[in-house]
Design a protein around this ligand. Structure first.
Ligand code: CA
Length: 225
């Protein structure tokens, strides 16, 4: 999952990047509204953390522009302490949630997780596909109840596929959502991660659809054919 953070306070910026990367997200940063708007318009993010008080273009305007352009990614707005008018304005402009500064980064992570889950139509924080279970809260994966150790990149890839169960995900989409902007995006590495995940969770867990991409294989889906 890839997240954009638009925030102009350097300390908070660094703190958010460290926490989000630690929680398994690929993170891009923008420190003013103009930059933030550009990235949110041109890249595909699974969620955005948007400060309202920003240089160049303020956060509300940025959000309003995205929504008018048809960008639908979930947006969590950061507001100044006790500014209820900011919260109302943020929600009116199309924010999906808000947090008042100062906040605990744990709360931010929990809210982002919920936003991303809801946006992909998953009500529960545990995602299932056959014998594979992925707990989005703890970041743990089990196979038939047994814990399986995945590397950070393997987890990101599996998590993206599990959030989009029943869909074919192209290699390009995968690259866009599991790497940040600065990552050396070699599409061959996706195939390497898929191979490693298959070794750990079974050959059938991910299906390659030639020319299109990958899909998570959920045995229960076959019942609906
Ligand atoms: Ca600010």
């Amino acid at each position: 999952m890839r997240v954009l953070v638009v925030e102009d306070e350097p300390t908070l910026c660094r703190q958010l990047r460290t926490t989000l990367e630690g929680a398994g997200y690929a993170v891009d940063l923008a420190t003013d509204g103009e930059d933030g708007h550009f990235l949110g318009s041109s890249e595909n993010y699974d969620a955005v953390v948007l400060d309202l008080g920003l240089p160049e273009v303020d956060g509300l305007t940025v959000l309003d522009r995205w929504r008018k352009e048809g960008r639908e990614m979930p947006v969590l707005v950061l507001t100044a302490r006790d500014s209820w008018s900011d919260k109302v304005a943020g929600l009116d402009a199309g924010a999906d949630d808000y947090l008042t500064k100062p906040f605990q980064t744990e709360e931010l992570i929990a809210r982002l997780r919920a936003l991303i889950r809801r946006a992909s139509g998953n009500a529960s924080s545990e995602l299932l596909a056959g014998d594979v279970r992925l707990d989005t809260r703890s970041g743990k994966v089990t196979l038939a109840g047994e814990p399986v150790k995945l590397t950070a990149q393997e987890y990101k890839l599996l998590s993206y596929l599990m959030h989009h169960k029943g869909k074919v995900v192209s290699r390009t989409e995968m690259i866009e959502h599991i790497y940040d902007q600065d990552f050396d995006r070699d599409s061959n590495t996706i195939e390497v991660f898929v191979t490693r995940i298959r070794k750990k969770l079974g050959q059938d867990v991910i299906t390659t659809i030639r020319g299109l991409g990958y899909a998570l294989n959920d045995p229960e889906d076959r019942n609906h054919d």
